[in-house]
Ligand binder design. Structure first.
Ligand SMILES: [Fe+2]
Length: 188
């Protein structure tokens, strides 16, 4: 499958901000790890290691990497992503454009991923400074989606997005273009 990398490959219209990708088959069960203790025993490669109580990403076994790689025509970096808290509106670090996420555990029923058009207000920071208890209270939501177990999604992570507080840890396998530079100089 052609890897959609950035806005030049596919215009980030509202429909394209978050889309299920039916072309990508479900990851075979035997390649997946569901035990959080096992996942968390792998190397945490998230650029902010001290965010581990909220979000962390882990190196995957070679077999899982190879299976994912076989479905893309670009070199991909494959990680487990574990999210334990509400994700405040943000733009991803270390990657631009689109990434692919496979839902291993959605973290509960009806957990929504939101996108906002608040670039004018928030553009100075990669994490929005805003007070709220639930993401849906924040103005200018342009789309929201419940990501379902065992499905792939493509997300445009250069627009502000965030996620409801999960009932239990959300677990994903994420694929992004390999060897993108992580720029930690941008303000949080
Ligand atoms: Fe993100």
């Amino acid at each position: 499958m052609q890897y959609i990398k950035n806005a030049g490959d596919l215009e980030p219209t509202i429909e394209n901000l978050i889309q299920e990708v039916p072309d990508l088959p479900p990851i075979p069960e035997h390649l997946l790890e569901y035990d959080l203790d096992v996942i968390e025993s792998m190397e945490n490669t998230f650029p902010y290691a001290d965010w581990i109580d909220s979000v962390a990403s882990y190196t995957v076994p070679q077999e899982l990497h190879d299976w994912c790689q076989s479905h893309f025509d670009f070199p991909v970096s494959v990680k487990y992503l574990v999210v334990k808290k509400l994700l405040t509106p943000h733009i991803d670090h270390g990657i631009e454009g689109y990434k692919y996420s496979y839902v291993v555990d959605p973290g509960g029923e009806g957990i929504k991923t939101y996108f906002w058009d608040n670039s004018d207000k928030w553009e100075k920071s990669r994490i929005a400074k805003v007070n709220y208890t639930r993401p849906e209270e924040i103005d200018n939501i342009i789309t929201s989606t419940i990501c379902e177990r065992n499905k792939w999604y493509r997300l445009y992570i250069s627009e502000f997005h965030g996620v409801d507080k999960p009932e239990r840890p959300r677990i994903f396998v994420t694929c992004k273009l390999a060897d993108q530079k992580v720029d930690l100089s941008l303000s949080l």
